[in-house]
Structure formats: C-alpha cells, structure tokens
Ligand binder design. Structure first.
Ligand SMILES: [Zn+2]
Length: 211
C-alpha cells in the first residue's frame, strides 16, 4: 500500500492483524493510500521524514499545493511582524531543538528535559503562535515529561493548549486527536473534575468510534 499525506484509509494493528479502515468515500478502481508518517508537520518536514525513513518524496495533493503549511507555521500577529529572515531562522532553530530533544530523552533528567521545552517555547513564542506545529511539538514533549513525573496539573495545562490546534491541523479521523482527548479525560478524572472528564472522554468516542 502506497503512502499519501491525504490518505483514504488508516491502518491500525491488533496484534499481527492489520485493520484497514476507509476514512472517506473510495470510488471503484481508486488506489488505496495510507499515511506512513505523522501528518502534523509541514510539507518540507514530512518529505524529510519520508526520504530519511522510506527513501522517497511524496507528490500527493497536499505536498503539491502545500495548502496547510501556512496554518501549520502560524506566525504571531504583531503590529510589527517578524521579517522573513527571522521566521526562517526560527524554523531552523525549531527543527534543531526538536532533534536535540529527541537525543536528550535518552540521557537527560525529566527536569532538564522540561527546561529544554520551556526555554524553546519561550524563544519560539516570540515569533510563532501557540498553534504553530513546532510549538505544539514541544508542548506535547513537555506534557509527556509531566505525565512521566506524575505532575498531572502540568500535563493538563499543556494538553489543554494542544487539543484545539490539534483538532484543526489533523484530519477528523486522526488517532492523535482521539488519543489527546483520552489523555485529557484521564487527567480530568484523576484531578476529580468529573464533568470535564466525561466531556473529554465523549470526544474520544466521537473522534474515533463514530467515524
Ligand atoms: Zn504528500
């Protein structure tokens, strides 16, 4: 099955059994595509990933039109907006810090990891909106560290910031959105906020099971 960044099926695994589920109408004779990668990221990053891991570039509609890139790379709306050069530098910084964090996870302590997240979010926040996918990436990492050290309030705080933009960037059937609602639901329940917990867990159901 070939890859597309706008796939018509998703594949999940139950042990050794692959379950292939259509995510939109498929015409007879139409090729079946799944996605091999996380679709959160902009076109250039997705293609870097595809080249590194699968040795090809993608030429799907999303990669050709780059339609969602602007939204994914949302820049702060300021009276004096950052220059193109500043934005370019910040994107380069973001890619480096993501890579640095990926390596640091193997040998740094949770508090050191959280510091990398917070510092990078501070720095990127001068140029990027909170909904920018590089901001979301580092918030997601910070949430993971908070969960690891059982800082439920900290994790919830990051999760609440992540969920809306996630729902905007990812397609409606996305497992990433369902799994974020699940995390939020469990956090609310742990923190004894039953009303918000039930609401979040209903979203898991809507995001995934009813699709
Ligand atoms: Zn593509």
């Amino acid at each position: 099955m070939n890859h597309s960044c706008c796939p018509n099926v998703i594949v999940t695994y139950k042990g050794t059994l692959a379950e292939v589920r259509a995510v939109r109408e498929i015409e007879p004779g139409e090729e079946i595509f799944s996605s091999y990668i996380d679709l959160l990221y902009p076109t250039e990053d997705r293609n870097d990933r595809l080249r590194d891991s699968y040795f090809f570039s993608c030429d799907c509609r999303e990669c050709t039109t780059k339609e969602k890139d602007k939204e994914k790379l949302e820049i702060c709306k300021l009276d004096d907006p950052p220059s193109a050069e500043t934005v370019k530098d910040m994107i380069r910084y973001a890619r480096n810090v993501i890579e640095e964090f990926r390596r640091a996870k193997h040998y740094k302590s949770p508090s050191e990891l959280l510091e990398i997240c917070e510092l990078s979010l501070d720095k990127m926040g001068a140029v990027f909106e909170d909904s920018n996918v590089y901001m979301l990436h580092m918030m997601y990492q910070a949430m993971g560290v908070c969960l690891y050290v059982q800082d439920w309030e900290g994790a919830l705080c990051y999760g609440q910031k992540i969920i809306r933009p996630y729902s905007k960037h990812y397609p409606s059937y996305s497992l990433n959105v369902a799994s974020m609602w699940l995390k939020l639901g469990r956090l609310y329940m742990t923190l004894k906020n039953r009303t918000a917990g039930v609401k979040a867990l209903k979203r898991v159901f809507i995001a995934w099971f009813l699709h």
